[in-house]
Design a protein around this ligand. Structure first.
Ligand code: NAP
Length: 248
């Protein structure tokens, strides 16, 4: 029996990186997995096949998390295909870095829309079936950058700090319905997102991490398993750092 046996989980942005690792680790723990992708269509389709080969129900949907209507339609479709949503993981996210002096309005708006509004869109749609079921676990991917700020990432840091306020508010509003809402704050995880940084910046980050290495997507996924499973049934409104001690 896996830790997530027969639960239905929806993961946004699972074609690559952390989302992909979450989908695969959840399937290994017996969850049925619905997931989304946007531009990486082939990778999304390949993941669907990979998940199904693990013997669980899996389906990928091409859906833009930042679009309110598409999020509503997605939840309707997932309910039609899987019957319920036990776990929602708001993972989709982007960066559009630049110092504030040079940051355009478009850079600001896009990052807030994709990272923060998407969490509102998906959560608002998913809590309807969760309230009916009187159960649910919502996990939002924030970042240590949302806790501490980061030069060159004012837009990203604001979006991730916003996610923390949202996460805690949902925990307060829906605790009485047995719906839990927590956030995970990864530090430096080796994915395409951090792959964009130059070698010197990566080395600088690594030096300042007490565990002396970047994290792997699977290590974030394992923390998600805990928050999705009944092992964390008395935990809500929290931010769990998965950062090798980076922000201590
Ligand atoms: P990544 O490798 O760049 O992958 C991002 C994923 O999000 C992709 O699957 C992408 O799908 C999807 N996505 C982007 N915009 C989307 C949209 N509008 N609708 C649906 N899906 C969308 O990023 P990652 O490193 O795995 O990061 C995952 C999450 O963890 C993000 O929220 C990120 O901010 C957070 N995080 C990452 C780190 C890190 O060190 N990597 C640290 C802290 C927090 P397509 O390719 O199909 O468009």
């Amino acid at each position: 029996m896996g830790l997530l046996q027969n639960k239905v989980a929806l993961v946004t942005g699972a074609s690559r990186g952390i989302g992909r690792a979450i989908a695969l680790r959840f399937a290994q723990e017996g969850a049925n997995v619905a997931f989304t992708y946007l531009s990486s269509v082939e990778k999304g389709q390949a993941l669907e096949a990979e998940l199904q080969a693990l013997g669980i129900n899996a389906k990928g949907y091409r859906s833009d998390a930042s679009d309110f209507k598409q999020a509503e339609e997605l939840i309707t479709q997932v309910l039609a295909d899987f019957g319920r949503v036990d776990v929602l993981i708001n993972n989709a996210g982007i960066t559009k870095d630049g110092l504030l002096m040079r940051m355009s309005e478009e850079q600001w708006d896009t990052v807030i829309q994709v990272n923060l509004k998407s969490v509102f869109n998906l959560t608002k749609a998913a809590i309807k079936p969760m309230m009916k079921a009187k159960a649910g676990s919502i996990i939002n991917l924030t970042s240590v950058v949302g806790l501490r700020g980061n030069a060159g990432q004012a837009n990203y840091a604001a979006s991730k700090a916003g996610i923390i306020g949202f996460t805690k508010s949902v925990a307060l509003e829906l605790g009485s319905r047995n719906i839990r809402s927590n956030a995970i704050a990864p530090g430096f995880i080796e994915t395409e997102m951090t792959g964009e940084l130059n070698a010197a910046a990566t080395e600088e980050w690594t030096k300042s991490i007490p565990l002396k290495r970047g994290g792997q997507p699977e290590e974030v996924a394992d923390a998600c398993i805990f928050l999705a499973s009944d092992l964390s049934r008395y935990i809500t409104g929290q931010v769990l750092q998965v950062d090798g001690g980076l922000l201590t």
